[in-house]
Design a protein around this ligand. Structure first.
Ligand code: CU
Length: 310
């Protein structure tokens, strides 16, 4: 079902590129990674890391539930069998070596099992594979900046929440009040292919990456500490000024994945969402061509340096 939506949308995606980057794929890509009202579970896992993390969470939750049930049963047994009425003459012993060995060894075994499953996932996350696409991500108060560098060009662009002051033009958007979800804001979101549910998630210039390719993100901050987090990718990395932290993801499926800055970074922290569009290689190549034209500047042949803010 989803796949067919993607495939039928592909032609339109490529055609859209010819005219405008902004209109790119908005109405053809399915939104996969976004919060759902009332839901308590994870967003659908969009990468191998997210799948492993969610599996690990399930396993550890099961172990915890088993321990809670076991301890509760023990408590009930003790209350019933060993209260003063049922057991008027209490035993006087204070030690039981086999029991003490058991309650020391069993938790050790449980922790070793958890470790044995956790460490490989930690290594999977932290060992950065060879990049197919490398993008520098810079957190700013209060927007993200993405720098791409390909063999023949380098370009970067700011990524603002649709509805933040930088994206509101009094003439073009009558009635739009920054950061406020009113009818005019819904109309503005609609123009870019989104609905009211994507308010505070959708951005003007999303990160665009090819599906099934290893994307390495070099994450840093320009002013204060931010955090680049995309739940469906199982990826969260602090963006610390003066440091570049590497993280990676390889998206399984074409679609739109949303995230949020996840480190309190100032008054507009709530208004610097993250949007990643995962598209086919062909659509990505076409986007690169138009993005280079739109964003590349002749006097900026290099990636923006760490902690600079332009
Ligand atoms: Cu923030």
């Amino acid at each position: 079902m989803r796949l067919s939506t993607f495939k039928s949308g592909l032609g339109a995606v490529v055609a859209t590129f010819a005219t405008s980057v902004a209109a790119f794929a908005d109405d053809t890509l399915q939104i996969i990674g976004q919060p759902t009202n009332g839901d308590t579970g994870f967003q659908p896992a969009g990468t191998i890391v997210a799948r492993h993390l969610q599996g690990l969470e399930g396993m550890i939750t099961d172990i915890m539930a088993a321990i809670v049930i076991f301890v509760t049963i023990l408590l009930v047994v003790v209350l019933v069998r060993f209260n003063a009425k049922a057991n008027p003459k209490p035993a006087k012993f204070t030690h039981n070596s086999p029991l003490e060995i058991a309650w020391t060894l069993i938790p050790i075994v449980i922790l070793v099992i958890i470790g044995a499953y956790s460490l490989p996932v930690l290594y999977l996350e932290e060992e950065i594979p060879q990049a197919d696409v490398e993008i520098k991500v810079t957190g700013n108060q209060w927007y993200w900046h993405y720098d791409y560098k390909t063999a023949d060009a380098a370009f970067g662009f700011d990524s603002y929440m649709i509805g933040s002051p930088a994206t509101v033009d009094a003439k073009a958007d009558p009635g739009v009040v920054p950061y406020t979800l009113n009818d005019a804001m819904v109309a503005k979101l609609k123009k870019s292919g989104y609905g009211a549910d994507q308010f505070r998630l959708a951005v003007d210039n999303p990160m665009v990456v090819p599906v099934g390719k290893t994307v390495v993100v070099d994450i840093t901050g320009a002013d204060v500490i931010h955090s680049w987090k995309v739940p469906a990718f199982g990826l969260m990395q602090d963006a610390v000024p003066g440091r570049v932290a590497k993280a990676w993801f390889k998206a399984d499926k074409e679609g739109i994945y949303f995230g949020q800055c996840s480190e309190l970074c100032g008054k507009d922290h709530a208004y610097m969402p993250i949007e990643v569009k995962v598209v086919s290689q062909a659509a990505y190549d076409a986007w690169l061509v138009s993005a280079k034209k739109l964003f590349a500047s002749a006097d900026a042949p290099q990636l923006v340096q760490v902690a600079s803010n332009n």
